[in-house]
Design a protein around this ligand. Structure first.
Ligand SMILES: Cc1ncc(COP(=O)(O)O)c(C=O)c1O
Length: 342
């Protein structure tokens, strides 16, 4: 099979329809066998639970070609676990972990020609999701659900090198204490849209959300966890029950400790510590960029610029980035179980 004729290095982050997708239906209290299909359209009742009460959850991961030509994904078992947690919180039937991994394998395998070549910087983004599909008018969980996985090739996150960004402290809250901030539910993203459009209109790349109860502690951004490097060169990760447990951030913590010999501390981080100059580097961690360097934080006009500056990633952030992407691309030995071959 030949790769599709796509200008891989010019791809952005947009939807491009690929040939196949995976579908499984939950009806009568159980999941059917599931299948890889051609049809990208979904037909559902006008009163479907997802349309009325936003009962939908999702995941995001990537498949890519390694240096030796294998197609792999990175720690998909953790996406399966997180989707199970999301399902339980929204009263949806969890999609079994083994079935999730099988679905990823099948749908990537069926779209092999869309996996960008090694070295292009592009990847095949994988989107598993699940939603309530039967008519629901009184507020309650749906009875029938659909689990689907589609893929779409996406371009390199950083074109021409990673440039540090300026982020603002948001006036909006992302997640209530004991709310749904720690799961990947569509509703968390719907409510973030106004905040991100506002930030972009003001010239900022992203929002940092504070804890809504005291508005003093750093939580995360709309689509990534945050990591700091302190003045000793060690890693500090904000701890909160209402942030999404990022698979990239959890992996970077292990990389920092086990591969780079750094101390990694997870604790509550006050915004005031940033302005006191406790940290010299800051990065946003997520599947999309691995680490996106933050050069400057703006809190209502008061600005703090990290020592690493606005030109390039700081040295510790760079080492973390190089090591994790090396592990993902197969040029550095991975810890047991991190690389899932298709
Ligand atoms: C709110 C939020 N935080 C963090 C992340 C990063 O998580 P991961 O590293 O698993 O992609 C994401 C993206 O998935 C996200 O949407």
């Amino acid at each position: 099979m030949a790769k599709k004729d796509i200008a891989w290095s010019e791809l952005g982050f947009g939807y491009i329809k690929t040939d196949k997708r995976y579908v499984s239906n939950f009806t009568g209290g159980k999941w059917d066998d599931g299948a890889v299909i051609d049809d990208d359209m979904i037909v559902m009742s006008e009163c479907a639970g997802v349309l009325q009460y936003a009962q939908t959850i999702f995941e995001g991961l990537k498949a890519y070609e390694t240096k030796d030509g294998k197609i792999v994904t990175f720690r998909p078992d953790l996406n399966a676990d997180r989707m199970i947690d999301s399902a339980k919180r929204l009263e949806m039937p969890p999609f079994p972990k083994e079935r999730f991994l099988d679905a990823i394998k099948k749908v990537v395998d069926a779209n092999r020609d869309f996996v960008p070549p090694y070295g292009s910087g592009a990847t095949l983004y994988i989107r598993p999701y699940m939603f309530g599909i039967n008519p629901v008018i009184g507020v309650k969980p749906a009875e029938d659900y659909q689990f689907r996985v589609f893929t779409t090739p996406v371009g390199p996150y950083f074109k021409g090198g990673a440039k540090p960004i300026t982020v603002k402290i948001s006036d909006f809250d992302r997640a209530a204490p004991k709310g749904t901030g720690n799961i990947k539910a569509g509703l968390n993203y719907a409510m973030s849209l106004h905040a991100i459009v506002t930030a972009h209109n003001e010239g900022f790349a992203e929002n940092i959300y504070l804890d809504p109860a005291s508005r003093t502690k750093i939580e995360e951004t709309g689509g990534a966890n945050i990591l700091f490097v302190d003045s000793d060169g060690n890693i500090v990760i904000p701890k909160s029950d209402s942030i999404l447990p990022s698979i990239t951030r959890r992996s970077l913590a292990i990389v920092g400790e086990k591969y780079l010999g750094l101390k990694v501390t997870q604790r509550e981080v006050l915004l005031s510590e940033v302005f006191e100059g406790r940290f010299k580097e800051c990065g946003l961690c997520g599947t999309a960029a691995v680490i996106s360097p933050v050069g400057r934080i703006n809190d209502h006009g008061k600005e703090f610029t990290f020592e690493a500056g606005m030109e390039s990633m700081g040295p510790v952030t760079q080492k973390l980035y190089d090591t994790l992407t090396g592990i993902q691309m197969g040029t550095i030995d991975a810890p047991e179980g991190w690389i899932f071959e298709i």
